[in-house]
Design a protein around this ligand. Structure first.
Ligand code: MN
Ligand code: MN
Length: 373
């Protein structure tokens, strides 16, 4: 090896010379600023193994569903989970001012990672989102699923209903759109159809379905006729304008609990006005305020036994200034904080879970044959 050339005049201790040899405190990844270190939701531990989720008695597990091949208009929601995970500047053990609780001191919350998604294969993505949420929900943890386009609610809510009890969950669905179309141009699993598939399959009963924030010019009259036949209940944006969000949400809670024991909350971020949440696939002017939606989540989670939740349709390429990802991040945080308040009040949060029959799905070994197109 060649000798490293140096000038004897500058053979110095640069660390000492520049003051870089003093003692500095170092921090864990959890406590470091959010933009430093590996990415997980709120820098929480990344725990993907269901056995470990069960062993640690995890209360809430974040799940990513980075999938947008089922959109009908603007794409980009596949980048949603990553953007939502990082749209927060406060690290470490946070403090909810609105609910006066430190949620991560009260609850065991982790990031359970993403469903095993590959692009351009809707059926496979839905199958693997279903299996991932099934795995997580069966441990007793409450899954909070970050989409992804809204088609992911079909497999996600199905999994939650299946582990709890099919037909037993109520769904509170915030959206500018009903997502109850029979099909999108003949496609049965697009993001305009998941609520129809959930009801048709029997995972959720139509009369246990409540929608909030519908507006604009879709779906057509026939779709509303089908919804009426199924016993769905919905609250147009007009009703929020006339009666206020608080009263409408209170009624929706009563309706969602009319029969069901548990509630699955599905938040399409486009329920919020595109002026506040522009980063989404099918923006619809005239929507709810961010603060109304965050308050509604606190109101709902305080009042019901939450079995699962998703936050969908965040499309980072259209999200200048990250305002949409931020409100999605806070939506998940508000639910977690409201669950922490329930725990401190002695109410149930996680549940006992349920053992799944082993070997139900062929595992398939990891392979490496994809490449950029
Ligand atoms: Mn939707
Ligand atoms: Mn929508």
């Amino acid at each position: 090896m060649a000798e490293r050339p140096h000038d004897p005049d500058v053979n110095r201790d640069f660390a000492a010379l520049n003051g870089w040899d003093r003692e500095y405190e170092s921090f864990t990844d959890f406590d470091l600023p959010t933009y430093v270190g590996p990415l997980s939701f709120m820098k929480l531990p990344w725990v993907t193994d269901p056995a470990e989720l069960r062993r640690r008695e995890i209360d809430v597990a974040i799940v990513g569903a980075p999938f947008d091949d089922a959109v009908t208009h603007r794409p980009g929601a596949r980048f949603g989970p990553r953007a939502i995970r990082e749209a927060q500047y406060t690290s470490g053990s946070i403090n909810s001012l609105q609910l006066d609780v430190e949620p991560f001191e009260v609850l065991n919350v982790v990031d359970a990672g993403d469903a095993n998604i590959v692009p351009a294969w809707i059926d496979r993505a839905h199958a693997l989102i279903y299996r991932k949420v099934l795995d997580v929900a069966s441990t007793g943890a409450i899954p909070i699923v970050l989409g992804g386009d809204h088609s992911i609610t079909w497999p996600s809510a199905t999994a939650v209903a299946e582990v709890r009890r099919p037909g037993s969950i109520g769904i509170v669905h915030f959206d500018a759109h009903a997502d109850t179309a029979a099909d999108d141009w003949g496609v049965l699993n697009g993001h305009g159809t998941p609520m129809r598939r959930l009801i048709e399959s029997g995972a959720v009963k139509g009369r246990n379905f409540v929608q909030i924030g519908l507006r604009g010019y879709w779906p057509p009259v026939e779709t509303f006729e089908w919804m009426r036949e199924q016993g769905l209940r919905w609250h147009l944006m007009r009703e929020i304008e006339e009666r206020g969000a608080e009263a409408v949400v209170a009624q929706a809670i009563d309706e969602a609990l009319d029969g069901p024991d548990f509630v699955y909350l599905s938040l399409d971020i486009d329920v919020i006005d595109p002026g506040m949440a522009p980063g989404t696939g099918t923006p619809e002017p005239g929507g709810m305020l961010s603060r109304e939606v965050l308050r509604a989540i606190r109101q709902i989670v305080a009042a019901v036994d939450l079995a699962g939740m998703d936050v969908v349709e965040v499309s980072p390429p259209y999200d200048h200034a990250e305002t949409t990802a931020m409100v999605a991040n806070r939506a998940a945080l508000e639910a977690i904080s409201a669950l922490a308040v329930r725990r401190t009040a002695g109410k149930p949060v996680r549940w006992a879970g349920r053992e799944l029959p082993p070997g139900r799905f062929p595992a398939g070994s990891p392979e490496h044959h994809g490449h950029p197109g």
